[in-house]
Design a protein around this ligand. Sequence first.
Ligand SMILES: [Zn+2]
Length: 395
Amino acid sequence: MKRATLIMIGALLVFVQTAPAGTVEGDFGFYRPAPAGKDATAVADNVILLIGDGMGLNQVAAAQFAAVGPEGRLSMQTLPVTGLVETWSADRLITDSAASGTALATGRKTNNGMISTLPDSSEPPTIFEAAERAGMATGLVVTSTITHATPAVFAAHHPDRDEERAIALDIAVSGVDVLFGGGLGHWLPEPDGDREDGRDLIVELVERGYTAVNDRDMMFSLTELPVVGLFQDGPLTESDPGEPSIAEMTRTAIDLLSAHENGFFLMVEGSQIDWEGHGNDEDELVRRLLLFDMAVAEAVAFARASGNTLVLVTADHETGGLTITAGERDGSAMEADFSTGDHTAGLVPVYAGGPGAYEFSGVFDNTMIPVKIARLLGLSEFGMKTARSPARERR
Ligand SMILES: [Zn+2]
């Protein structure tokens, strides 16, 4: 008896001595001290939020059937948790990307057309601002102009989404560490760009420490944050070999951001899925969505390897009222109808994987997405401010 007890104590001593001091690995993963600048509720270090603009359930299904058939799965469809998201805005049942983006970035409902600005003209904090205050790195990767509604809501406040040159002024001082996309023209003075104030915002970013690039090869040479890469004067073409693909931009952004010691928040938008929905172009819509899914694949691969990264794939709204009406069993000869050239009120999917993913199961409002993310990142101040938005109290 005595001998056995001694051996047990000896084994315990060996264990205590070999347990690495101050770390929380292995079986002790359930206990986590709060990271610097965050509170004890944090369960994820990094978040990658991928938004397919205008990507409803049938857009995803059409791309799935066309690319891998009904028994195959897109990358986003491999994520373990699925939910459905309501998208209405403060003033319309049918939202636009500015109002739904504002909901995703601030947890607040606003009127269509407004960029992280509420109907009373107040400017609620964005989750990017909260992440930056907590010492996290942030990044925006899009295929539209970087001043377009969806990226703008994370890094700017403006009552009118169409004022892209004014929105650029906000983004230029936002502190966002990675800016990849199109829309260089709004950053340069006339005649090279369309700025009438004579300012060269790229030069101003470089003076503030950014490395600036404007083609694919230069992007691959980037080594250090912060960076700005605007690869077309207008939106990206997603067919010009001189511009990086959305997957390449996403991979590069992840490489750069993941070197940051205090975690990161990356937003990636497949911007032009929506535009093909407006144009009722089924083939181009599928092509854009599959390019977006390749960016999702990069995010999922990183998240699986890192273990502390939450991946969310969702949409800001559905565009086109897409319905699949015919097709062969293998997904070929598919026919689809659009019911509108505009957005619809259809619920959109959210696919989630990684720590805290279970929070995204069920049916919920789009304003809850940043509130849930903030809680999972330990950004409790943001959640407190946004948990009781006027829109939610009214319901
Ligand atoms: Zn649209």
